[in-house]
Design a protein around this ligand. Structure first.
Ligand code: AMP
Length: 111
């Protein structure tokens, strides 16, 4: 999607520190980490947010959670938090569905 920063990362037009990629999913480190380990897992296809998940694309969401589990295992993250902000009032600033993966220390009570 034009003017979507994460679509540009998927297309290689903006650099990112990738940690995982397959045909439908990309994971890369957050540019402004909020925890010792903070990366984002996104679908390559543009989906605006969690409010746009339907029976047509929900398999992709299940796949994303498989990747989250695999990366947690590979990076030896025993405790982690997965967050997705959906909508401006929830704090969403990039309107391309993404799951924040936060770990690497004792996290506060809320994301
Ligand atoms: P949210 O506020 O939930 O929409 O999260 C958007 C996240 O994207 C923030 O944590 C930003 O730091 C992160 N972000 C924005 N631009 C980039 C970028 N070019 N590379 C990596 N992370 C980014």
């Amino acid at each position: 999607m034009a003017n979507c920063v994460f679509c540009k990362i998927v297309a290689g037009e903006i650099p990112s520190k990738k940690i995982y990629e397959d045909e439908s999913v990309l994971a890369f480190y957050d540019i402004e980490p909020q925890a010792p380990v903070h990366f984002l897992v996104i679908p390559k296809d543009h989906i605006e947010n969690a409010g746009c998940v339907t029976s047509q694309n929900s398999k992709l969401i299940a796949h994303i959670f498989e990747i989250i589990s695999k990366l947690a295992d590979e990076l030896k993250l025993k405790s982690f938090r997965v967050v997705t902000n959906s909508g401006t009032d929830a704090g969403q600033t990039v309107f391309h569905l993404h799951f924040h993966m936060l770990a690497g220390g004792v996290l506060g009570a809320m994301a």
